[in-house]
Design a binder for this molecule. Structure first.
Ligand code: CUA
Length: 155
């Protein structure tokens, strides 16, 4: 079978490009340990209000400069509405939902979680810059979706 040389060239370009992408994927996932968020914790969405620590959502201090923040999403709000941490703090976020799928996004940071009933999504963020950080829901969850926000104050 005769394959035109330009056709052959494009087959090689496509094949090499795929091999490069695959090599990048291997280096990033195994070499740098980068992986999609894994949902290691589960929770019964019907029993959130009686399951510690989500029965009392909010901020917990682990040590100086290190905090855990537990959030519950429900149409159309986050609990807690607001947390305050000192500049230089590291916050481990644990987020779950009691009703439908929500999104937990802190614009300008690396925190961007899909929040599903039955699962606890986690992310860690270091806050070096003082200010008010908005938390918005970035998964359409119903008629009041645009009103679903909270804030992190860093001061
Ligand atoms: Cu919650 Cu959109």
């Amino acid at each position: 079978m005769h394959v035109h040389r330009y056709e052959r060239l494009w087959i090689w370009i496509g094949t090499i490009t795929m091999m490069v992408f695959f090599a990048v994927l291997l280096v990033v996932s195994f070499g740098q340990g980068l992986a999609a968020p894994n949902h290691v914790q589960t929770i019964d969405p019907a029993k959130i209000s009686s399951t510690p620590p989500f029965d009392h959502p909010g901020l917990r201090k682990l040590s100086d400069g290190t905090y855990e923040a537990y959030y519950v999403g429900q149409v159309f709000s986050w609990n807690p509405q607001s947390i305050t941490v000192p500049v230089g703090s590291t916050v481990h976020f644990y987020v779950t939902a009691s009703d439908v799928v929500h999104g937990f996004l802190l614009p300008g940071t690396d925190v961007n979680l899909e929040v599903m009933p039955g699962w606890v999504s986690t992310a860690t963020q270091h806050f070096d810059t003082p200010g008010e950080y908005l938390i918005v829901c970035n998964q359409y969850c119903g008629a009041g979706h645009q009103n679903m926000f909270a804030k992190v104050e860093v001061k």
